[in-house]
Design a protein. Structure first.
Length: 124
């Protein structure tokens, strides 16, 4: 739930989105932003569902990091199903790749939004 609310906030509060919204007509931009915010709900929902089901399926096999024990409830609540599923499917490299992607996407978006800021402040 926190991830869904956080991603919803990203769509509405990011500078990169507002730089483009200032130059658009409010009548045209508002439906686009609302539709974009609603469409973004699919990303965390599909990721959580896919990795949760993969975790349930892989827990029975020796590739699972905690095999033969199940993942503890505290670990599930802490969001450790995805990294454990990545390790089970792709090995240690999968966990490193997942961590890299999670860490690198936020700075990438920040660079994108701050690079567009000066362009929007130029006089027309």
């Amino acid at each position: 739930m926190i991830n869904i609310v956080g991603n919803f906030g990203t769509v509405f509060l990011d500078n990169g989105y507002y730089n483009k919204a200032i130059s658009a007509s409010p009548v045209d931009a508002l439906p686009g932003y609302v539709l974009g915010g609603i469409a973004w709900f699919a990303v965390p929902w599909l990721t959580a569902t896919t990795m949760g089901l993969a975790g349930l399926a892989l827990e029975q096999y020796d590739v699972w990091p905690t095999f033969p024990s199940r993942l503890a409830k505290a670990d599930v609540d802490a969001g450790l199903v995805l990294p454990n599923a990545a390790v089970a499917m792709l090995g240690q490299g999968g966990a490193i790749a997942t961590l890299f992607l999670a860490v690198s996407t936020s700075p990438s978006q920040h660079c994108y939004s701050s690079a567009n800021a000066p362009a929007s402040s130029w006089p027309s």
